[in-house]
Design a protein around this ligand. Structure first.
Ligand code: SAM
Length: 188
């Protein structure tokens, strides 16, 4: 097992004992499929926790850059350690702060944005990063079933504004027997 797979397995094991709000292996496969399908080279992740989803993306991205935004300093420290243990320190950069302050300062254009921070702020994050998403770029949002009531404005925007082609993909959840879902929205 390579270093990244080993760290992912360790985080999953830890989460079985003390549940962590990570994307997990089931919805993580949807994230993996998006990375393999769209082959992004520049990614921004909003909400990193211990680095699980960042490592999932980093192990598949090849030469590329993932910028992670995490508000909690202690979580960012744990994420950096996990990313380093996974051998992905050269690919993934973790920045500490509120994504609503960091996003306007990011330079460059992004091929993929993964949104997984505060559920009622998804639309604010998207509007801040939107000018930096390339045409045909991908926006992936987690927990769109479990927390749908908190992100109704986000879901209406990606589905009805005409700016995105948006798809809802359901999967299992370790937190909810009814499952959860990911929304994948392609910038027109
Ligand atoms: C669901 S967890 C992220 C899980 C991670 N994406 C994964 O699947 O491994 C949400 C994270 O977003 C962070 N967060 C919440 N509000 C934020 C904000 N405004 N800016 C940046 N990070 C934020 C929290 O501290 C938490 O670590």
């Amino acid at each position: 097992m390579d270093r990244a797979e080993k760290v992912l397995a360790e985080i999953e094991e830890q989460s079985r004992k003390n549940p962590l709000v990570i994307i997990g292996p089931k919805r993580g496969m949807i994230l993996d499929d998006a990375i393999l399908k769209y082959k992004p080279k520049t990614v921004v992740e909003i909400g990193t926790l211990v680095g699980y989803s960042a490592i999932r993306m980093g192990r598949l991205i090849g030469p590329g850059r993932i910028t992670c935004l995490e508000i909690d300093e202690e979580m960012a420290r744990v994420a950096r350690r996990n990313i380093s243990d996974a051998g992905l320190g050269g690919v993934i950069d973790v920045r500490v702060g509120d994504a609503r302050e960091l996003l306007p300062k990011l330079e460059g254009i992004f091929d993929l944005v993964f949104i997984d921070a505060k559920k009622d702020q998804y639309l604010s994050y998207l509007k801040l990063v939107e000018p930096k998403i390339k045409r045909g770029g991908v926006v992936l949002a987690d927990n769109v079933k479990r927390f749908a009531s908190e992100m109704q404005d986000y879901l209406e925007y990606v589905r009805d504004s005409g700016r995105y082609k948006s798809t809802y993909i359901e999967s299992e959840s370790s937190f909810d027997p009814d499952g959860d879902a990911v929304e994948i929205s392609i910038r027109r």
